[in-house]
Design a protein around this ligand. Structure first.
Ligand code: FVH
Length: 284
């Protein structure tokens, strides 16, 4: 079924979203602060709106994807939201999502969804793209067939702040992995070993094997039982010492690893060296 949808914000991501909706056969009205960014979409069949308010007026579902939440609020300020469903796919903090949900529904909107996009623009409408949603379950159920044109969609809960929180948690995992990769790459490079070969043949299989252990650690985090029969914190403390000294000998700064070493030292120093690494969650 063809739906009336507005897409506000035509940066890299907003353009990809609007393109996917056009490709799925919807009637898509677009607006962007810099009007020229709408041109390729208009050539594909999108309708250009002169103002955000005009775009909102033309649609039942309003998708916003701009720089941040202040920009989101700014462009919805003049629009009549009565009866509209607003899906805000802008990245932000959980508290901003909750405030925006109240503000939008307080202005008569039929529902608010917040979204966390787990994809880059090139992945939109391709396998592997995921968007997390939270907020109005009714709005999600109503528009799930439309949202499916963008990416796999997962409704995470009625607290509008949940999808952004899970989005940021996923990014946290990613940044931790990137930090580990960069330290490993610097160490390998210091020995003149090819970083590409190391990464493909050794590091990636190792990280995949380690990632397979994380559900077990997650169960320990949930239960609070951090007992281990494998590498306890004392062993990891000693391993970290060796690691940091090796970095120093190789002339590489271990800066991205030091916060982890601090947490291990702190917990082991409090007599909990028999615990496994999952115990570090209690230090955070
Ligand atoms: N690109 C990505 O890989 C990530 C994937 C995960 C989700 N993010 C979030 O998506 C939001 C938009 O990101 P983007 O990639 O589209 O970013 P840009 O290409 O830089 O486009 C930014 C758009 O925001 C508009 N904009 C900025 N400030 C304002 C404002 N005050 N009022 C109205 N619009 C504003 C900007 O307009 P213009 O500069 O073209 O006139 C663009 O349309 C973002 O939250 C990511 O974290 C993307």
């Amino acid at each position: 079924m063809s739906e009336n949808i507005a897409v506000l914000g035509l940066g890299l991501m907003g353009s990809a979203l609007a393109g996917a909706l056009l490709g799925a056969g919807h009637r898509v009205t677009v607006w962007n602060r810099t009007p020229a960014k709408a041109d390729p979409l208009v050539a594909e069949g999108a309708i250009r709106a002169d103002t955000p308010a005009a775009a909102v007026a033309a649609a039942d579902l309003v998708i916003v994807c701009v720089l941040d939440y202040p920009a989101t609020r700014g462009l919805l300020e003049e629009a009549s939201l009565e009866g509209k469903v607003v899906a805000n796919l802008t990245t932000g903090r959980p508290s901003e999502a909750r405030e925006t949900a109240s503000w939008v529904t307080g202005r008569g909107a039929a529902g608010y969804l917040d979204g966390g996009i787990m994809a880059v623009p090139q992945m939109i409408a391709e396998p592997g793209a995921l968007i997390l949603y939270s907020g109005s379950r009714t709005a999600f159920d109503r528009y799930q067939p439309v949202l499916a044109a963008l990416a796999d969609s997962l409704f995470t809960g009625e607290d509008p702040g949940l999808a952004p929180l899970l989005d940021l948690a996923m990014l946290t995992g990613m940044y931790g992995q990137i930090a580990g990769f960069l330290e490993a790459a610097a160490l390998v490079r210091s020995a003149g070993y090819p970083v590409g070969e190391f990464t493909t043949s050794l590091l990636v299989p190792w990280l995949n094997a380690m990632a397979a252990q994380q559900p077990h650690m997650a169960a320990q985090v949930e239960s609070g039982d951090h007992a281990t029969e494998v590498s306890n914190l004392e062993i990891n403390r000693s391993g970290m010492e060796t690691l940091v000294r090796t970095f120093q000998e190789q002339g590489v700064r271990p800066d991205l690893l030091l916060p982890l070493k601090d947490a291990i030292d702190r917990r082991a120093g409090r007599g909990l060296g028999h615990e496994g690494l999952s115990g570090l969650v209690e230090e955070l």
